[in-house]
Design a protein around this ligand. Sequence first.
Ligand code: UD2
Ligand code: MN
Length: 608
Amino acid sequence: MNSIMLPGPLRRCKRIYPVILFFVSIVIIILYRLNQLNKNAQIHPKHIYRSNNQEEYVDKNGIRVVVGHYVGNPIHKIPNATYDMINTNNFDPRPGAGKNGNPVVIEPKDLLKMQQYFQINRFNLLASDRIPLNRSLPDFRRKKCTTLFEDYPSYPKTSIIVVFHNEAWSTLLRTVWSVINRSPPELLEEIILVDDASEREFLRKPLEDYISTLPVPTKILRSKTRIGLIKARLKGALVAKGPVLTFLDAHCECTTGWLEALLSVIKSDRTAVVCPVIDIINDDSFAYVKSFELHWGAFNWNLQFRWYTLGGRELKQRKVDATQPFNTPTMAGGLFAIDRQYFFEMGAYDDGMNIWGGENLEMSFRIWQCGGKVQIAPCSRVGHLFRKSSPYSFPGGINKTLFSNLARVALVWMDEWAKFYFKFNEPAGKIKEEQNVTSRLELRKKHQCKGFEWYLDNVWPQHFFPKDDRFFGRIRNLGENKCLIKPQKKVVSNQPMGIAKLETCLGDDLTLEMFVMTPDGFVMTDDSICLDAPEKVVLGPSKVRIMACSGYNRQKWIYDAETQEILHLTNRKCLDISDSATFTDGLVTTNCTGRRTQKWALERVAWK
Ligand code: UD2
Ligand code: MN
């Protein structure tokens, strides 16, 4: 049968063919894996860092996603997307697309179509529509997480509540299927979808028909008029039967173990409101991207939600056991579980809030100040599709929605700091009088809730808000008669954002030149940015940077009111203006000589 005669030496080699084949396959597998890793690296969120005002990005050293965004001028007309495009369900899954959280690649021939569809939901709808509803996802949990929840059958059951307004079929149902596929069925009471007056045809009868086939009892509640996400969630909560309520946005994907890790916390403490770690579903490629865990949620002077680097107590605790839930000053808002009775006992949501925004701060302040806690469970990971802008309108405009909601938060929960917020946030200040918050203030009284000062001191001691125990105002250089200024570029935490600079001093109402100097010596400004210099300097002047606050000694300073010098705590040099040609307008620390540029006035500005 051996019709082809091999030359002698090769015939002898025949026996080693399988061996060669084996090694060749190994090499191919390795190359394939490397290629995949490389692909993942390419979609690393570092590359989706955005410098516009829509604030969301991550990088593996530090910063993570930020969610508080809105569209100032809602676009009612979607350019180029036809009525049919908007109202047809174009779900068209391709086997393997987006598998294991991989990115979806759109062929060049479809790029125009992709852009057209992108407008509809402000994410790559074409890509989403190609990914099967049950795609696999990576498991980013720590190993230990897989062993911690074996007693899950004893956990309380939950109702899953998902509110939506004009969501895409594929993202909405991938959310639903990720819940069904990756939650122990015994823990799922039901899934409740609340439709906030969507206009898309496929979200009507076709959706009803579809959900009647699901293996978990699922119902849809409809609101005829647009009520916004807060009232829509309330609507869902009111009919929910499970002892726990778990809220999700309509474009999430839950990963293995996500639910057990949330419910286990509530089982042992009914006053805990628990959030998962929120991973990122990339809005362009739909890649599932791990987010950085060492963050917690807080907010800035404009009451915009922000992720900041974990420090203090919580960081220490994480070093001992990184699988344990840790406290967070606020939650992002969309993804959390709460004991149903506790939810209502504590005042559910503020139903005076409209459409979008602020409810996450309201609930976080309320829960903390009234004796509960808000936590992140690191063994629970859920992906959320972060967008650069909102696809829908804000009926009544941003004043009647977001700013009114934030004004309510401030009026009810923030005591003197409400004055600070209104003083530096004109739009909210202007509409504060229109708010009737009587019933919410009564609620606060009824529960004998603590004040905002307690919250700042105890829940978020690393905050950068003004307080009576610290300086707040302008830092003026007497040599140049210029003021320290917050750079307008975004800070990527742990990475230098540039050298500290001076500018012509502005007016009292501009936060750009407002700084806080804490009793510990941190010179901080909005968004958790600190003045930073090397701990030790042997020779010559050293650049002073503006960096994400770290809590380390290199960010501590001493102001000597007599000499008017700002002295670095550990390198013992004076804050000065550089006279070197290389960084003319930057600041340095250098030997104290008493020269005029080393003299600073701390000019207090009233904040309340
Ligand atoms: C974040 C939260 C979101 C909410 C919001 C502030 C995360 C991941 N997301 O913004 O849950 O707390 O901050 O309010 O923490 N929706 C309606 N009716 C509306 C508007 C929105 O039902 O009038 C739905 C929408 O379809 C979505 C959910 O509410 O399922 C949240 O809206 P979003 O995704 O636009 O909010 P997001 O993630 O930017
Ligand atoms: Mn969302």
